[in-house]
Design a protein around this ligand. Structure first.
Ligand code: ATP
Length: 350
């Protein structure tokens, strides 16, 4: 079931929560809505679900305009961050709840609940109550409950937000496999970049009620559309500068010809730590000189913080062997040279 969101706007007193949002979620894809707190992710998910009505714009399920369709007629399943299981019902009763409401025959409900317990790998604990489950188990039950009525579309709002890191990691993979197995179309909200990049086919980066970029995780990482996306992804050195007719100001000779936009104005140059090479001596005119303030080994890489005279510390990441060959220590002077930079006009705020 393809979902098309067309020019959706929504405001709450004084806040433009969504400002002309258009997104296509192709049939069978798992799409993540990613962005800082308050950017409109949950509002958009609730509009797709039918829990909120847009001020203008349309939501299409397949070819059908579903903007004013009631929640129960949309064929969507939801999972929220807080499990919201019925405390007084067993796992089996929770999973079968929606089918019972639909007054489906008892045998059909039993059979579907068995199937789903099997799917979420919790066969042995159908008669337990939610208070007797771990957080990860509760969230799997919440997912099974949402799947009971065979939705075409699954909507998940920070489904693993309340869980610890290891359980989160396991459930992400599990969700991805389940999505593929059931051939659903899924949209999930997260503010966790790793989660979005690991699980989703496509990521929608939102900011202040607008879409900044839509693309595969690779596209977004390697070709961020603008400074907001670059900044939001984090782990990047940022140099603020001014461009005059495509030339960086003299203190910023990092701006390589060809990278700079032709315009003049406030500009930010972004360099990721692994896109800097470290030297003992000044090998080129555009090397940044600094004193080594910290050295941290992270797996096979070494992260070096260089304190520069002009600005904030610069983070450089080099392969461990390369760093060892340089023979540098804390307090030594070193030089960083950029292999790749991205330049965007400096006209956004997070
Ligand atoms: P978070 O990651 O913090 O959950 P979000 O990206 O999901 O944030 P939304 O919950 O969609 O953001 O909120 C978008 C904006 O709309 C925020 O400024 C929020 O305060 C506002 N908002 C959302 N729901 C309501 C409401 N019912 N009444 C008033 N303002 C609202």
């Amino acid at each position: 079931m393809q979902i098309s969101i067309r020019n959706v706007k929504k405001h709450f007193e004084g806040t433009q929560a969504l400002n002309d949002v258009s997104i296509d979620v192709p049939d069978g894809e798992l799409v993540a809505l990613l962005g800082p707190s308050g950017c409109g992710k949950t509002t958009l998910l609730r509009i797709i679900a039918g829990l909120e009505t847009p001020d203008s714009g349309e939501v299409l399920f397949g070819e059908t305009d579903s903007t004013s369709l009631a929640v129960r007629d949309r064929g969507v399943g939801f999972v929220f961050q807080h499990y919201a299981l019925f405390k007084h019902m067993t796992v089996r009763e929770n999973i079968g709840f929606s089918l019972k409401i639909q007054k489906r025959p008892k045998e059909e409900v039993q059979q579907r609940v068995d199937e789903l317990l099997n799917l979420i790998q919790l066969n042995g604990i159908g008669n337990r109550f939610p208070s007797q489950l771990s957080g990860g188990q509760k969230q799997r039950v919440a997912l099974a409950r949402a799947l009971a009525a065979r939705p075409h579309v699954m909507l998940l709002d920070e489904p693993f937000g309340a869980l610890d890191a290891q359980v989160r990691q396991d459930l992400r993979r599990w969700l991805r496999n389940l999505h593929d197995e059931l051939k659903m179309t899924s949209v999930f909200v997260t503010h966790d970049q790793d989660e979005a990049f690991e699980v989703a086919d496509r990521v929608v980066i939102m900011n202040k009620g607008r879409v900044e970029q839509i693309g595969s995780p690779e596209e977004i990482f390697h070709h961020p559309a603008n400074g907001f996306v670059m900044h939001f992804l984090g782990n990047v050195n940022i140099f603020h500068s001014r461009l005059e007719h495509g030339q960086g100001s003299p203190d910023l000779d990092l701006v390589h010809p060809g990278h700079a936009p032709a315009d003049s104005g406030a500009t930010a140059v972004y360099v990721r730590p692994h896109e800097l090479t470290l030297y003992r001596t000044r090998e080129s005119a555009n090397a940044i000189e600094g004193r080594i303030a910290h050295i941290r080994t992270i797996g096979l890489s070494v992260r070096v913080s260089l304190a520069t005279a002009a600005g904030p510390e610069i983070q450089v990441e080099v392969p461990k062997e390369e760093f060892q060959a340089l023979g540098l220590s804390k307090g030594d002077t070193a030089y960083a040279v950029a292999k790749g930079v991205k330049v965007f006009t400096d006209d956004y705020t997070i």
